[in-house]
Every structure is written in structure tokens, then in C-alpha cells.
Design a protein around this ligand. Structure first.
Ligand code: CA
Ligand code: CA
Ligand code: CA
Ligand code: ZN
Length: 355
């Protein structure tokens, strides 16, 4: 699309090639960070390749979007070109991440997905260290596309609390969620809050409100073995925002005990992608055991193979899937979902089967 005669990159923002490279760079950076640095296997279920996007879509409108039907991102060019701003790119990618980790059940209740996009954009931006807490830009969302005569942008220094401060406008209300998560970022650091958000929201659905999302994120942090200091910081900020969060269970180790241990990963498949077979891990933590339903689904949402079903005692489980359906036939290569419902809690992981 944009051939170059030289290996020197000399494009500026007035050349369309700049936006194509800028979007590619930021999507690639974020997807590598999530999949490789954080170890969360996340990617589109609508197709088996990398994230697809159009850097000059929407016939020039001042808007951008992620489409759940196609799994693609599209960026408009009104005002400042949207794809010149990493905040816009990562905000839209945030909707994609939300869709992919929930297996197609992204929630916009209380503007949850808008707030999630603003959070991922600001988390990335803040990690670059361009602005200090004393600069207003530290909290801005859409520093380049907005906060200018075209439009006012958004902020993660939003003062409203939950639920009294909700307005009913998703883009406005999402700022309550993003502001709370960025306050946690400042206390426990980027990787811990990003990972808890991704792992936590993976167990949510299309009706999840901000309060339920906060509880899912907190539960994920507990499941991954975050220490008492981190859990206390998270809980304090959630409660200060207005969410209702249970106490930290007694018996959770304090910081000095867990500083050197890796958080346990209770739910995952490996290898992934796989060719012959993949091992499926899940665990039951309730003392009295739990009702489990573990199965493989295709991208159309159809159950391909039941792995385990019924009551299981507390413990870690290790099983496998050989890429065959209920009748024993080899399934086609492509994207599948490993889903485990454990006492009604949904865990979803994306699997890529290659033959
Ligand atoms: Ca441009
Ligand atoms: Ca714009
Ligand atoms: Ca920003
Ligand atoms: Zn959005």
C-alpha cells in the first residue's frame, strides 16, 4: 500500500503513510506487551491473523471505531487525523481487547468499555514517562486528537464517584472507571493493574457494570496471588470510587512472603497455538468443590467438545484437547475458545489450532 524506496523513515503527519505506520506500531507494541510481557493470550477470534485496521476509514469523519462483527479497527480523519494519536489507536484497540477476552460479550453498561479503552490508552501513555503528576497532560486522554479547538478530549482525573455520579452517557461515565484504574496504576504499577484488568474482565459478560467489573478485577488479583499491600491498594481505590468490594480473605500472604514467587496461573492452555494437542489447566478453589463445565467452542459459539462436566473437589486440574470434536473427527485449523464455567464464573481463553 505504501511502498518505500529507502529504509530511512522520513514521513511526517501530512503523508498518509505516517498514519499507517503509526497505527501498526502501536497495535504491534500493545499486542506484544499483552501476549509476551504479561503472558495473557489475547487476539481476535474473528480471524486467525494479526489485528486488522484501516488507518484512513470512515470517509474522513472525526470518529473512529472497533467493529465486533468484523473484529477490525477503523480510524477517521476529521479535525486532527485520529490515527496520529496513540491514545485514539489504543482506545479503539481496547474495545477489541474487551471483545476478545470476553469471547464476544463486551459490556457498555456504565460505559465500561469506553472506560477500559481510556484506561489502556492512559496506561500505555503514562508508562512512557513524558509527563509528571504535576502536568495536566498526565491525566489527559486523546492528548493530540483532543484537548484542542476540535474537541475537549477526556481525562483520568475525573471527579465523579459511583454510582451517584453516573450521567447515563457512556463516554462520560467511562471516565469514572478509567480514573479509578489509573489511581491503582500509580500505586501498584502498570503490569500488575493491566494484568488484573485483563484476567478479571475475561470472566465478565455483556451485562457487567462497573461495580461487578471492579470485583472481577479484584478477584483476579487474589487468584493470581497478589500480595496484601497490592490488594489493599486496589481495594482502597475501588472503595474510594464507590464500588463495593469484600474484605481481603485472611491467610493471604503479606508482601515479604510473596515478593519472589510467581503468581500462580490457574486457568490457561499450553502450548497455544498448538498442532497435535494442548494441555488445559483449570482449578477449583471453593473448599466444598464446585460445579464445572469445561468445553471447547468454535468462533460461531457452538460447543465442539465437552472436556469436563459435573462436580469437582477443590484442586488443580490438568487435562488436554487433541483437536477432535465430539464424534472424533479432526476439527479445522483456526481459532477456538477454551471455556470453563466454575460455579458460574466464566473463564475464557482463545486457542489457535494449526495443522
Ligand atoms: Ca495526517
Ligand atoms: Ca480527529
Ligand atoms: Ca494520554
Ligand atoms: Zn470508544
Amino acid at each position: 500500500l505504501y511502498p518505500s524506496g529507502s529504509s530511512t523513515y522520513t514521513n511526517n503527519r501530512f503523508q498518509d503513510r505516517f498514519e499507517a505506520v503509526n497505527v501498526y506500531y502501536h497495535i504491534d507494541t500493545m499486542m506484544r506487551y499483552i501476549n509476551e510481557t504479561l503472558g495473557c493470550v489475547v487476539g481476535p477470534y474473528q480471524y486467525a491473523t494479526g489485528v486488522r485496521f484501516d488507518p484512513h476509514g470512515l470517509n474522513g469523519a472525526d470518529n473512529s471505531y472497533y467493529l465486533t462483527s468484523s473484529g477490525r479497527l477503523s480510524f477517521g480523519e476529521g479535525g486532527v487525523d485520529d490515527s496520529e494519536d496513540a491514545d485514539v489507536i489504543i482506545h479503539e484497540l481496547g474495545h477489541g481487547l474487551h471483545d476478545w477476552i470476553t469471547g464476544g460479550s463486551l459490556s457498555q453498561v456504565n460505559g465500561l468499555s469506553e472506560g477500559l479503552g481510556d484506561f489502556f490508552a492512559t496506561s500505555y501513555d503514562r508508562s512512557l514517562g513524558h509527563w509528571g503528576p504535576g502536568n495536566p497532560q498526565y491525566n489527559w486522554v486523546f492528548n493530540w486528537d483532543g484537548h484542542n479547538p476540535f474537541w475537549s478530549g477526556r481525562s483520568t482525573a475525573y471527579g465523579a464517584s459511583y454510582p451517584g455520579g453516573l450521567t447515563g452517557s457512556i463516554h462520560t461515565d467511562g471516565q469514572i472507571w478509567a480514573t479509578c484504574l489509573m489511581r491503582i496504576y500509580d500505586k501498584i504499577g502498570r503490569e500488575k493493574i493491566d494484568k488484573a484488568v485483563i484476567e478479571g474482565l475475561a470472566s465478565t459478560g455483556s451485562n457487567t457494570n462497573q461495580n461487578a467489573a471492579a470485583n472481577a478485577v479484584f478477584q483476579a488479583a487474589l487468584n493470581m496471588g497478589y500480595n496484601v499491600d497490592d490488594l489493599t491498594d486496589m481495594r482502597d481505590e475501588f472503595i474510594a470510587t464507590g464500588y463495593t468490594i469484600p474484605s481481603i480473605p485472611t491467610g493471604v500472604a503479606d508482601a515479604s512472603d510473596t515478593e519472589t514467587t510467581q503468581p500462580a496461573r490457574a486457568f490457561f492452555a499450553a502450548p497455544n497455538p498448538f498442532t497435535q494437542s494442548t494441555r488445559l489447566h483449570y482449578s477449583v478453589s471453593a473448599r466444598g468443590g464446585a460445579a464445572v463445565d469445561v468445553a471447547i467452542y468454535n468462533v460461531a459459539g457452538q460447543r465442539v467438545k465437552t472436556i469436563a462436566r459435573g462436580h469437582r473437589v477443590a484442586g488443580s486440574y490438568d487435562t488436554s484437547w487433541d483437536g477432535r470434536d465430539e464424534s472424533g473427527a479432526q476439527v479445522r485449523s483456526g481459532v477456538y475458545f477454551y471455556r470453563a464455567s466454575i460455579d458460574g464464573r466464566q473463564n475464557v481463553a482463545r486457542l489457535v489450532h494449526m495443522r
